[in-house]
Design a protein around this ligand. Structure first.
Ligand code: ATP
Length: 241
């Protein structure tokens, strides 16, 4: 951990009944970083995100955000503290318009004027959402729905964004566009991002640091460029684009 660490997990264990999904995981995310969490199916990546956002309780260990322990804090409170989770599968509300989906993301906010300005920024970052603001979210393409899911998360005015598999099911060109937007979130909005991805190559290309998770344990960690150059990582995870 460093002094600028925004999020710190210490020795986190997560169980589902008797399944020990996450085993004594310690990790941290510094303010302003993009940190990639990579690993195969069932490695425990999603479990870590849902634990950080307060949807799943760790059996032991701790999660701290801005120096305060949050692993017993309610999920809605964690959102208000500045942590927003974009779950896997971009769960937008299909029968609602793009604009209404974005408005829902801002429901936790009291600063309605500022929220209106943020909405305009989101529309300028994702012009396709502005063009389609009255269209039902369920009729958007996969890439557009992912942009909407990210835009809705931004409306909650997060400091830390938890992104679960944003490139899943997207064509390579669209996936690259999404990754480009993730960099923009860091550079333009000063956001800190914890990014879970099976697409390890693209994730590590945009990340500052990364953690490799295997069957619930951190087996490697370090600067993203070192992980990209690591033979074991290349063999296990970097085959796919
Ligand atoms: P994927 O990339 O396939 O989503 P992951 O790395 O995100 O995988 P998790 O979804 O966190 O992994 O799952 C870790 C382990 O916990 C797996 O063995 C999974 O079957 C199990 N698991 C996850 N959620 C539950 C649940 N709600 N009930 C029971 N077991 C679960």
């Amino acid at each position: 951990m460093t002094r600028s660490s925004l999020l710190t997990l210490r020795n986190v264990d997560i169980f589902y009944g008797r399944i020990h999904a996450v085993k004594r995981v310690s990790m941290h995310v510094n303010a302003g970083e993009i940190v990639a969490l990579i690993g195969g199916n069932g490695a425990g990546k999603t479990s870590l995100l849902t634990t950080i956002s307060g949807l799943v309780r760790p059996a032991s260990g701790s999660v701290s955000y801005e120096g305060r322990e949050i692993h017993k804090t309610r999920a809605d409170r964690i959102v208000r503290m500045g942590v927003t989770h974009v779950p896997e599968g971009r769960l937008v509300f299909g029968p609602m318009s793009v604009a209404d989906n974005l408005a829902l993301g801002g429901y936790v906010r009291a600063d309605k004027d500022e929220a209106r300005r943020d909405l305009e920024q989101i529309y300028s970052m994702f012009p396709v959402l502005a063009e389609r603001r009255h269209q039902m979210a369920g009729t958007l393409s996969g890439g557009e729905q992912q942009m909407l899911a990210i835009g809705r998360a931004l409306m909650a005015k997060p400091r830390l964004l938890l992104l679960d598999e944003p490139s899943m099911g997207l064509a390579p060109r669209i996936a690259r566009e999404i990754f480009h937007h993730v960099v923009e979130l860091k550079e333009r909005f000063g956001l800190t991002v914890l990014l879970v991805e099976q697409n390890a190559k693209n994730a590590l290309r945009i990340a500052d640091r990364g953690y490799v998770l295997e069957t619930g344990r951190v087996v490697l960690q370090g600067p993203a460029e070192d992980l990209l150059a690591n033979r074991d990582v290349q063999r296990a995870y970097l085959g796919r684009e």
